[in-house]
Design a protein. Sequence first.
Length: 260
Amino acid sequence: MGHAQAQTSDLVSTSALRVCADPANDPMSMQDQSGFENKLADLVGDKLGLPVQYTWYPMATGFVRNTLKARECDVIMGYAQGHELVLNTNHYMTSTYVLIVPRDSELAEVTTLSDDRLKDLRIGIIAGSPPATHMARNGLIGKARSYDLFVDRRHESPAQDMLADLEAGETDAAILWGPIGGPLVQQDHPDFTAIPLVRETLPPKLYYRITMGVRQGEKVWQRELNSLIRRNQDEINAILAEAGVPLISDLGDSVLDVSQ
C-alpha cells in the first residue's frame, strides 16, 4: 500500500516527507543535510517515493509545539521512546551514554563510572543529564566541568566545547550521549575513544530506545512508519554504524556488532 493510499488523515502530506529538525544539531541533523538523521530521512523518503522537505527549528523548549503540533511538518526523525509530546513509532535503535577518553591512555580500559582510575579526574558532563547522578554517587562531581543542556545550537555547541576542552587537556575525560559523542569522536577526534556505558546497574538508566515521533492520534501514519522501520532495519543500522553511533541491545547491557 502506497503512502497516499495508506494515510487517511489530511494532516500528513502525501506529496513530501515533511521533517521537523534542528538546523544545527551536529552530528544528528544539520541544515546542510550532513547529519545521520538527515540520511535517515533520505532513506525514509526514498522508500516512500517522496521528496524530503524540512521545517527547521532549534531542538529546545517549544520545538514540538512550533513544528509538529503546528502542522508544519509530519515526523521527527529521532525522539526518545515514551515521551508524551509525540506519538512514538517503534524504536529503530537503542543507544547509550559514552565515556570519551584518550585512546592511548589507561582510561581506555575503563568500562564503569565506579572505576578507581576516574577518581580525582576532571570529567566533562552535561548538567542535569542522567550520568551526572552516577558521577555524584561515585564521588566524581567535585572536579567535574559542567556544560549547559538546553542551548540554541546555532550559537552554542556544548558537546563540541566539551571535546575541545578534552583535546586541550583542560579536562581528562568526557561523558556524552552516544549518538552525539560517538560520531563527533569519529569525525573530528581520532585520538579519542568512545566507550559505551553498558555496565552500569543502578538507576537512572543510561540507555534509551529512539523512535520517530509523529502527532498524537495519527495511528495510520505511525503504522506505516513502523512497517518501514521493520522492513529496512538493516539499512538503518548501516547508516547509524557508519556515522559512529554506538548501537546496543534493547536491554542496554551489550554492544551490538552490526558490521556485515
